[in-house]
Design a protein around this ligand. Structure first.
Ligand SMILES: [Zn+2]
Ligand SMILES: [Zn+2]
Length: 330
């Protein structure tokens, strides 16, 4: 027994003619057949935008050009492109914002520095002004110093002249004096006291106490008067130091152990006064005497400087001293 099977719907029939009848008349089978044919014979074209189906290439091309879906699609595309662009722009913006923030920080620092700079400029200006004032002050002081130096120079010059004058030996006077006082030649020493030229402390003390401006204003004569009054008298008011030869300025004295000694040219006595600090004392007293509040009185200065210089020069030239001494104690 051979079965005939419908190739469309799989129904079985006993012979070929009943199958054929079935295939031509059964509604369900015909449907299946129709569907199968369509698939096999017809090519379908789907619209890429709206999924509508077309049977020919021509039709779908015409449709796709005017399809509403196409516009939507294109808009969507454009939107996507814009969104991408916007995203990129946003990234760039973020970058710029960061940069701006950094620049603001830098500007803040810069502004602060500028502010400091301005402040310093003012301070520098102030300092410059102060400096200028000081320079003016220095200039003024320099001029004052120069003026004072000029005054000092002329004062020194004056004192140099006086000094030179004082250094000149006054021989004619000495000779005259010598000639008139020769009567003391053979004077004998009748001295009870003595003089000790080694006792420097004693002479220092006496000079410090008794030597004053009045003696200084008499120059070397004053030295002689001072010595005669305070150093050469014994307790009885007699001289312990005598002039034995006024023409040669020869002196004699009794020393501390009772021996008679010579003092030629009164050199020992002169040195005794120098050791006792008479020159230093004369200098200090003169200086004090001729200045008032640090300003030198020119008249007093002229008056005292000659005398003082003759005292300063007494070791080299004691002519006036020994002449005066002779006339006092002979
Ligand atoms: Zn069938
Ligand atoms: Zn479409």
């Amino acid at each position: 027994m051979t079965n005939f099977i419908c190739e469309y719907c799989n129904k079985t029939y006993a012979n070929k003619s009943t199958l054929s009848t079935h295939q031509k008349s059964t509604k369900r089978c015909l449907e299946i057949q129709k569907n199968l044919n369509k698939k096999n014979d017809v090519i379908e074209y789907n619209c890429q935008y709206c999924n509508k189906i077309f049977t020919t290439r021509q039709n779908i091309k015409v449709h796709e050009n005017i399809c509403d879906g196409k516009k939507d699609f294109e808009i969507k595309e454009i939107k996507i492109n814009y969104e991408t662009e916007i995203k990129e722009l946003k990234d760039i913006m973020t970058k710029y914002e960061t940069e701006i923030r950094e620049l603001r920080e830098i500007k803040k620092d810069y502004d602060y520095e500028q502010k400091l700079k301005n402040k310093y400029i003012f301070e520098i200006e102030d300092l410059r002004n102060t400096n200028e004032k000081y320079l003016e002050e220095i200039h003024r002081l320099r001029e004052t110093v120069a003026g004072l130096q000029g005054e000092l120079k002329s004062a020194n010059k004056a004192s140099e002249c006086v000094y030179d004058l004082a250094k000149q030996p006054k021989n004619n006077i000495t000779n005259n004096n010598g000639n008139t006082t020769t009567h003391n030649n053979n004077k004998t020493l009748n001295i009870s006291g003595y003089i000790d030229f080694k006792n420097i402390d004693k002479v220092k003390e006496i000079i410090d106490e008794k030597y004053d401006i009045n003696y200084i204003l008499s120059g070397q004569k004053g030295c002689a008067q001072f010595a005669a009054q305070y150093l050469l008298l014994d307790e009885n008011g007699k001289y312990v130091y005598l002039c034995t030869d006024p023409s040669r300025h020869s002196f004699k004295y009794k020393n501390e152990i009772g021996e008679i000694e010579k003092d030629l040219e009164a050199k020992k006595l002169t040195n005794y006064l120098i050791d006792g600090g008479i020159q230093e004392k004369a200098k200090n007293i003169s200086l004090n005497w001729c200045q008032n509040d640090g300003i030198i009185d020119q008249e007093k200065f002229t008056l005292v400087s000659e005398k003082q210089l003759s005292i300063m020069n007494i070791k080299e030239n004691n002519n006036e001293f020994k002449r005066e001494l002779s006339s006092i104690i002979s």
